[in-house]
Design a protein around this ligand. Structure first.
Ligand code: PHE
Ligand code: ZN
Ligand code: ZN
Ligand code: ZN
Ligand code: CA
Length: 292
């Protein structure tokens, strides 16, 4: 898999910040900043040769949008998806939550186009609206899929908050290997977890599992029986002493002190965490989709 250039991911973050600043400071559901964010991502994908579609939905008296992008080719009956929520809360620009995941998934999609990669599976990318109001966009996407289309999706990779300033390296616990918390994900989730962990092992970064607790857009996918996985660098929870020994950073401090706050700006990003997680997305897609 190619290295995903951190500078390119950060350039997308700067654009999302500018979009928020020009639109009342946020990119929330129903706001002009959300629509401008969607238009930004769509234009990049269209220029790279993706087939894009906007799925509109209504929620809370406002129109929301998902963006779906298909890379032409691959086995149409074996689909690998990756996605991120594109909306933020009203309090701020939502750069770690979740321009980080949106930008890293976008740059990985653009890397697919640049590299001449011919994946064996069909690749599809999704940017979800109204996650912050209860996983609304991703729920609408999954519920609108005919059963025959759902079963073609062999995996969904979710990226929500992947540049937390006081980062942890969490991988969704698809196999429930720790035996605690939420149970395992649908069959196939364990393979996704192992594939992500193999990348981090290769760069010498230890990971820990995080449960499928329903707080991000993998939720509707696993409820539909679709294997899922992904990474997360922590939200409002505080890093423990043991975690600070494992990963560095500050014990007793939140992974993201600006979670859902006005200070979630471009300053609220750990470049090392963002870089590693973006590279992990490419590794995981190339490994799981197969082909060369
Ligand atoms: N989805 C949460 C939010 O957007 C953040 C979160 C992501 C929490 C992943 C737990 C796991 O606010
Ligand atoms: Zn959030
Ligand atoms: Zn989020
Ligand atoms: Zn596990
Ligand atoms: Ca567990």
């Amino acid at each position: 898999a190619p290295d995903i250039p951190l500078a390119n991911v950060k350039a997308h973050l700067s654009q999302f910040q500018s979009i928020a600043t020009a639109n009342g400071g946020n990119r929330a559901h129903g706001s002009p900043g959300y629509r401008a964010s969607l238009d930004y991502v769509k234009a990049k994908l269209d220029a790279a040769g993706y087939q894009t579609a906007i799925q509109s939905f209504s929620y809370n008296g406002a129109t929301g949008y998902n963006l779906i992008a298909d890379w032409p080719g691959g086995d149409p009956n074996q689909i690998l998806m990756a996605g991120a929520h594109l909306d933020g809360v009203r309090a701020g620009a939502g750069i770690n939550d979740n321009a980080s995941g949106s930008a890293a998934v976008l740059e990985t999609a653009l890397a697919v186009a640049r590299s001449g990669y011919r994946p064996a599976k069909h690749l599809r990318f999704g940017w979800w609206g109204a996650e912050e109001l209860g996983l609304i966009g991703s729920s609408r996407y999954v519920s609108a899929l005919p059963a025959a289309e759902r079963t073609k999706i062999k995996g969904y990779l979710n990226y929500d908050m992947i540049g937390s300033p006081n980062a942890g390296y969490f991988v969704y616990d698809g196999d429930n290997s720790d035996g605690v918390g939420a149970g395992p994900g649908p069959a196939g989730s364990a393979e996704i977890e192992r594939t992500i962990n193999a990348y981090f092992t290769g760069i010498g970064v230890p990971t820990r599992g995080t449960d499928f607790d329903g707080r991000s857009d993998y939720g509707p996918f696993i409820r539909a029986g679709i294997p899922a996985g992904g990474t997360f660098t922590g939200a409002e929870g505080r890093k423990t002493t043991a975690q600070a020994q494992l990963w560095g950073g500050q014990a007793g401090v939140a992974f993201d002190r600006c979670y859902h706050a006005s200070c979630d700006s471009t300053a609220n990003i750990n470049d090392t965490a963002l870089d590693r997680n973006a590279d992990s997305i490419a590794h995981t897609i190339w490994a799981l989709a197969g082909g060369a």
